[in-house]
Structures are given as C-alpha cells and as structure tokens.
Design a protein around this ligand. Structure first.
Ligand SMILES: Nc1ncnc2c1ncn2[C@@H]1O[C@H](COP(=O)(O)OP(=O)(O)OP(=O)(O)O)[C@@H](O)[C@H]1O
Length: 340
C-alpha cells in the first residue's frame, strides 16, 4: 500500500511562488490502478515526480508498504527509486540505443549477469508485445510502440509501483487501447500498483479502480470509480457519463410521472434486466428520460434518469434499491414546479 500524507511542493516562478501540491493525502492499495486526473497545471506531474522520488517534496510523508521514503538520501534513495518505475511524459527513449538497449538501461547498475539481464529484457518485451522490435531503434517505431517500450523500461527493475504520466496523450483510440492493455497486463501479471496521470477519461474508464481529482494542487475528489459514478455532484462521475449528463434536465419531474429518479446500475445482470423487471413486477410504466451506458474496466455500468408512473411506483423504486441499484430521487414536485 502507498500512503501519502499532506504532501506539499512549491515552485518559484517569475510571478512568485506556485503551490503545485497543497497538502495531498492519498491511500492506494497494492495492485490497484489509480487515475490521477485534473486540468493542465493541477499538479499531476508534480505528484508523480515527488512519489517517484525524482523531486523532493517540501513537506509531508510518502510511505510504501510502511516504509517512509521522503527524506531518503544516497544509497537508500537509489534503492527506493528502483522500487518505483516511472514512465515520463513524452519521449523518453534514447535514440542511439536499440529498444532492447533502452529497456536494459535501468539494469546497468543492478546486480545481474549478462544472461539474467537478457532474460529480463526478453520477458518485458514480450509483456509489451515488442519482442520483434528488440534490435530496432526508437525512430523506427510508431509512437504507440515507443510508449510501450517506455513502459517496459520502467518495469525493468521489477518495481512494485509504476507511475505513468499521460501515457496516452495525443494517441488515437486504437493506439491508446494498445498502451492501456500493456498497463493492465503489468498490473495483472506482475501485481504492480499503478498511478496514471491523465486528462483522458477513457483511461480512467478502461483501467482505473480508484481515481483522484486534483485541482490547483488540492485533492478535490477521490474514491473508487464505481462509487463515484453514482455519487450526485461527482465531477469524475459526470465526466464518465456524458450521455447521462445530457439527460440531466430530464431528471426533473415531468408531467405524468409519479416518481422521477436517477438510477445507477452496475454489472451485466442489473444493466440488462433490473428496470424491465421492476416495471413488470410492480405494474408500473417506466420511461427512460435520459442517460447512457458505459464500461468501467470489465463492468458495464448504466446511469439513467427514469420516470415511473403507477400506484406502486414507490415500491418499484424501493425494490430497485434492495437489488443494489443506486437511486437518487429528483426533488419533490410542488404543483408541477420543482422544489428548491
Ligand atoms: N519545474 C517547475 N518550475 C516551476 N513551476 C513548475 C515546475 N513544475 C511545475 N510547475 C508549476 O506547478 C504547477 C503544477 O504543474 P504540473 O506540471 O504538476 O501540473 P499537471 O497537472 O501535470 O499539468 P500538465 O498536464 O500541464 O503537465 C503549475 O502551475 C506549473 O506551472
């Protein structure tokens, strides 16, 4: 587990001091993927650089499996850095080295024989699907292949944590998918804990168990992605469901509906069957007023605004809640007007 407590970091700029991290506290479980999201300048890169022990924080604590890492120096710092792989933003491979040579780079100071080193590089190239590119130079690779090679390099020392800074920035969807597949494999096959800084909600949707939203150096939201999607007012929850948001006006009670609510359904069975079953079981008319479906990792999730009409509408809603639907009622209606 990684625990950050009250991490602070400021930079001096011409216009004065900028607080890039303003007391960031987080907990990330072993082998989880945590998306670090937020607008440009929010502090994502600074957070990853401090956690990767590439920059020193001004204050606060970084603990990994109980051991304090902030404030380390010399040999201890170098040893701690080997436990944390970093995929920096943009191009990080050396042009004059082959792909295999780049992946082997972090192993040069490791206590490994030449054959152990070759075996490690081969294993990592296999993991990222670049075995046939071992003798090739970075300029001969596509952008997506270069990013995957950078992931292999970051995993060379068998770190328990991998930090990836905007690994899919400016990639097309198919290439993004290939890079995310590699990160997912690193988590599932190597048990690596991953923090991925991104402005791309597709990365969170596809990969993240947890998410942290940063804004001007502050954590403004954090939690499990599956919990945040059903939390009213969650910024990341809304960002993951653009379709549901477009239907938001439809969550206001409309004429002819006895009950209007926003319902979040998780899992194949719920998404496929819960609404029609509630409707038939309680003999209520159920209209979908807005919303949409998405996939979070392998889990289908739907967020719908629904209107229910019929005497047993309240019972139908209660039954949905009893069957693990997350339900948020629209404000009560007063003479056809939404109450404040
Ligand atoms: N080396 C530095 N020197 C001065 N200011 C810096 C430095 N690094 C970051 N900052 C400032 O710290 C703040 C946070 O920057 P950071 O790069 O961590 O944000 P970010 O969320 O990663 O944004 P981006 O997506 O643009 O990289 C910004 O105001 C930035 O200008």
């Amino acid at each position: 587990m990684i625990t950050l407590e009250n991490l602070t970091k400021s930079f001096q700029q011409n216009k004065g001091s900028v607080r890039a991290l303003d007391g960031v506290s987080l907990e990330i479980q072993q082998a989880a993927v945590c998306g670090v999201v937020g607008p440009a300048g929010a502090g994502k890169t600074t957070l990853l650089r401090c956690l990767g022990l590439l920059d020193r924080s001004d204050g606060g604590s970084i603990r990994m499996e109980g051991a304090e890492l902030s404030g380390l120096d010399g040999r201890d710092l170098r040893a701690a850095r080997r436990r944390i792989g970093v995929v920096p933003q943009g191009d990080s491979l050396l042009r004059q080295r082959t792909v295999a040579g780049n992946v082997a780079l972090p192993l040069e100071s490791a206590d490994l024989s030449a054959s152990q080193r070759r075996a490690r590089v081969a294993e990592l190239l296999d993991l990222v699907g670049l075995t046939d590119k071992a003798p090739v130079y970075p300029d001969q690779l596509s952008e997506g292949q270069r990013r995957r090679a950078a992931v292999a390099q970051a995993l060379a020392t068998r770190p328990s944590v991998l930090l990836a800074d905007e690994p899919t920035a400016e990639l097309d969807p198919a290439t993004t998918d290939a890079v995310l597949t590699v990160l997912d494999r690193a988590r599932s096959e190597l048990g690596v804990t991953i923090l991925v800084a991104t402005e791309d909600t597709a990365v969170v949707r596809r990969l993240a168990d947890d998410v942290v939203v940063l804004d001007r150096g502050n954590v403004v939201e954090q939690g499990k992605v599956l919990d945040l999607v059903s939390e009213p007012g969650s910024r990341i929850g809304s960002a993951l469901f653009p379709a549901a948001d477009q239907g938001r006006s439809a969550t206001q009670p409309g004429r002819g509906h006895d009950v209007v609510a926003e319902v979040v359904l998780t899992g194949f069975a719920a998404v496929g069957a819960l609404l029609p079953e509630a409707s038939s079981r309680f003999d209520v008319e159920l209209s979908i007023l807005g919303g949409g479906m998405t996939r979070l990792g392998d889990t289908p999730v739907a967020k719908f605004s629904i209107g229910l009409s019929g005497e047993r509408s309240e019972s139908a809603l209660k039954w949905m809640i009893d069957h693990d639907a997350q339900v948020h009622r629209a404000p009560a209606r007063v003479d056809g007007v939404v109450a404040a």
